[in-house]
Design a binder for this molecule. Structure first.
Ligand code: PXP
Length: 255
């Protein structure tokens, strides 16, 4: 059943934690109430539904995922943990200790609602090269979240990354087919270049049940990382069905 060429789904469970943090602030409330929903249970459920990996973003401001979540998910999941993180000393040290299977370095700004753009790898290559080396030394495969831009892809290879995650936000936000097609061409060119430079290629951000089929035209993709649309749909149909529906949309590319 399993094939290395199968397009995989990474489920981002950040927004399960967003819902919990809307009400609770500590791991166990003074009243005895157990904060819910628990992203650790959501990660297990996602795996049971067929997710190939679990993605969680431990932000510096801890607005959704908490340290406890990452540690427990690391201990309990049976697939792979992809930790999204900023290139900052505190989080790099946590990653070295928790040892996710993969780390995806992303830009982070306090005011943003979600990750807004790709990393400027070319403009921060010295710091990124050091962090990539540290994470790789800890046995973690390193991905860089980048816009589909030639300069950023080349810089990603130069700083020693194993993978890039292509930012699909502009594709997802495109209003017209012409604009969407142009974005697919950009993503395709970026993926081809990354592949040629020996980088593995993932993609994500803003992917949903409408626009995911279109992304399948991009070559060399290994994993799509999707969060908000799956968690939103899960509120209505349950997490297992929401994930099964997304996997079904991706099956034209499973071999
Ligand atoms: N990939 C990266 C690098 C992200 O930062 C995010 C958002 O946390 C996602 C994928 C998932 O995006 P969405 O929630 O829009 O599916």
């Amino acid at each position: 059943m399993y094939s290395v060429s199968m397009l995989k789904l990474g489920v981002n469970i950040d927004h399960v934690a967003t819902l919990r943090q809307a009400r609770y602030r500590s791991a166990r409330e003074p009243s005895g109430a157990i904060p819910e929903p628990d992203p650790v249970l959501a990660a297990m459920e996602a795996e049971l539904a067929g997710a190939h990996s679990i993605t969680a973003h431990l932000r510096e401001d801890r607005r959704h995922i908490q340290d406890r979540d990452v540690r427990l998910i690391r201990q309990t999941i049976r697939t792979r943990l992809n930790l999204e993180m900023a290139d900052v000393p505190e989080i790099v040290a946590i990653a070295e200790e928790v040892k996710p299977d993969e780390a995806c370095l992303v830009p982070e700004k306090r005011q943003e609602v979600t990750t807004e753009g790709g990393l400027n790898v070319a403009g921060a290559s010295q710091s990124l090269a050091g962090t990539v080396a540290r994470l790789k030394k800890a046995g973690i495969a390193v991905s860089l979240f980048v816009d589909p831009d030639e300069r950023q892809i080349k810089a990603s290879a130069d700083v020693g990354a194993d993978m890039v995650e292509l930012h699909t936000g502009t594709y997802a936000n495109a209003r017209h087919e012409v604009e969407q097609a142009a974005e697919i061409r950009k993503l395709t060119a970026a993926s081809q270049l990354a592949h040629k430079l020996g980088l593995r290629v993932n993609a994500g951000h803003g992917l949903n049940y409408e626009n995911t089929p279109g992304i399948l035209a991009v070559p060399h993709l290994e994993t799509l990382n999707t969060g908000h649309s799956i968690i939103s749909r899960a509120l209505l149909v349950g997490l297992r069905q929401a994930i099964a529906e997304m996997l079904a949309l991706m099956t034209p590319h499973t071999k």
